[in-house]
Design a protein. Structure first.
Length: 396
C-alpha cells in the first residue's frame, strides 16, 4: 500500500508542530518557528492563550455536547453578543467556514423562494474567490483547480470580475438572488474590494431586492482592525459568513443574518448536529472576551499600520522582488514580482518564519492578533535576512 493514512490531499511540508507558545510553534525536533500564518487566520489569540484554554477546559468538564433539540443557554449568550456587535438579528452556528457559507447561500435562496420568487436562485460571485471546499462552495468559485474531477458543479452561480461594478450590473437578471463576496479576497491574494465596489453592491442589492452576502470567514472577528471588515465600508450586509478566528482554534463558524434576510429560515429548514454545541460556544465567548472591544481593535489597526509602513519602506530595498503591500489590519499581503511560494518556503526552511502564499503572487501575513512588539521585531529581522539571502541565491 502506498497511500498515506492521512488522505494525501495536502502537500504537507516538513514542519511538524507539536506545541504552541503565543506567536511561536515548536516542531517535533524542538525547532521554534515564528507563526505569521496562525493556522490561516484562525489562532487569533495565538497559541496556548490561558483564557481560551481555561474556558474550554471548564466547559469540557461541565457539559461538552447536547443536541440542538434542547435549549442552549450557552448558544443564546454568544448569539446575543454577535447580534449586539453587528448588523445581524439572528445567528446560526456551524463547525466550519464552508458550512457557514452553505448556510448563507441557503438563507439567500430561501429568502426569495419563501416569497414565491422561485426563479431567483442565482448568486453572482467573483473571480478568484474562495468560499470553501464543499460542492456548493467550490461551485461558487470560478477556480477550475478546485473543480477538476468533481463535476458536476451545483448550478446557480454566475462569475463576475472582482471589483468591477459595471460587469455586476450587466449580470443582474430575473434569476438573480444576490451577491456573494469576500470584502477582501484572502486566498485570492489579499485583494481589497474598493469602497465604490462594496458600496455599489449594497446599492444594487437595495434597488433590486437582492441579498448582499459577505464571506468574512477570513476577514472577520477583528482580523482587519474592526470586528468585521464591512464596518470599514460604511455598509451593512444582509447575510454574513464567519468562522476561522471566531473559535481561536476551536472549529466553529456562524451565519449571521438580519430578520428580513432570514425570513425563510424557519423551523425544520436547516440544521447541524454539532453546530453551536456548548464547547464551541465556550471557545467563541472566550475569543470575544479578548477581541470584541475598542481598545483591542484599535491595537490591531495600529499594529497593522506599523507593520505595513515598515514593509513599504522595506520592499523599496528590493524593487526586483516585491511590488506592493496591501490589506487591512493584520491581514497583510506582499505582492511579489514573481511567484510567492518559493519565497514562503525559503522563509520557513531557512529563517523559521511561517507565512502563507496566496493567489496573485502574494505572500500573506496573518499573525496572531495578540502579537507584541518583540515578535514584530523578530519578524522584520527574519524577513530582512530572508530577503537578503534569497536575492543572492536568485542572482547566483
Ligand atoms: C477559509 C475560508 C473558507 C472555508 O472555511 P473552512 O473552515 O475551511 O471550511 C471560506 N471562505 C473564506 C473567505 C475562507 O478564507
Amino acid at each position: 500500500m502506498s497511500i498515506t493514512p492521512l488522505m494525501p490531499v495536502y502537500p504537507r511540508c516538513g514542519v511538524r508542530p507539536v506545541r504552541g507558545e503565543h506567536c511561536h510553534l515548536i516542531d517535533e525536533d524542538g525547532t521554534r518557528y515564528l507563526d505569521f500564518a496562525a493556522g490561516i487566520a484562525v489562532n487569533s489569540l495565538g497559541h496556548s492563550h490561558p483564557g481560551l484554554i481555561g474556558a474550554i477546559q471548564q466547559q469540557a468538564a461541565t457539559l461538552m455536547h447536547v443536541s440542538n433539540l434542547y435549549g442552549s443557554p450557552q448558544g443564546e449568550v454568544l448569539a446575543q453578543r454577535l447580534v449586539d456587535l453587528t448588523f445581524a438579528d439572528t445567528v446560526f452556528f456551524t463547525n466550519s467556514g464552508a458550512e457557514a457559507v452553505e448556510c448563507a447561500i441557503k438563507t439567500a435562496r430561501v429568502y426569495h423562494q419563501s416569497a414565491g420568487n422561485d426563479e431567483r436562485v442565482e448568486l453572482i460571485t467573483f473571480n478568484n474567490a474562495f468560499h470553501g471546499r464543499t460542492m456548493a462552495t467550490i461551485s461558487a468559485s470560478n477556480q477550475e483547480k478546485m473543480h477538476k474531477g468533481f463535476l458536476p458543479l451545483l448550478p446557480g452561480f454566475k462569475y463576475c470580475e472582482f471589483d468591477n461594478l459595471e460587469m455586476v450590473k450587466s449580470l443582474i437578471g430575473p434569476n438573480t438572488a444576490g451577491f456573494l463576496v469576500e470584502p477582501i479576497q484572502g486566498e485570492g491574494g489579499i485583494r481589497t474590494g474598493s469602497d465604490e465596489f462594496i458600496k455599489g453592491l449594497r446599492a444594487l442589492a437595495d434597488e433590486n431586492d437582492l441579498m448582499l452576502v459577505l464571506d468574512e470567514v477570513q476577514t472577520g472577528v477583528a482580523r482587519t482592525g474592526t470586528f468585521y471588515a464591512y464596518e470599514q465600508y460604511g455598509i451593512e450586509p444582509d447575510i454574513l459568513a464567519t468562522a476561522k478566528g471566531i473559535g481561536g482554534g476551536f472549529p466553529m463558524g456562524a451565519c449571521l443574518a438580519t430578520e428580513k434576510a432570514a425570513r425563510g429560515m424557519v423551523a425544520g429548514t436547516h440544521g447541524s448536529t454539532y453546530g453551536g454545541n456548548p464547547l464551541a460556544m465556550a471557545a467563541g465567548n472566550a475569543v470575544l472576551d479578548v477581541v470584541a472591544n475598542d481598545e483591542f481593535l484599535a491595537e490591531v489597526r495600529d499594529k497593522g499600520e506599523r507593520i505595513r509602513t515598515r514593509l513599504e519602506q522595506f520592499i523599496g530595498n528590493y524593487p526586483d522582488m516585491f511590488e506592493l503591500v496591501r490589506g487591512k489590519g493584520l491581514m497583510i499581503g506582499i505582492k511579489m514580482k514573481s511567484e510567492s511560494r518559493p519565497f514562503m518556503i525559503h522563509l520557513r526552511e531557512n529563517h523559521q518564519l511561517l507565512t502563507v502564499s496566496a493567489g496573485d503572487n502574494t505572500l500573506r501575513l496573518l499573525p496572531p492578533l495578540v502579537i507584541g512588539d518583540a515578535e514584530i521585531e523578530e519578524f522584520f529581522e527574519k524577513l530582512s535576512a530572508g530577503a537578503a539571502d534569497y536575492e543572492n541565491t536568485e542572482a547566483a
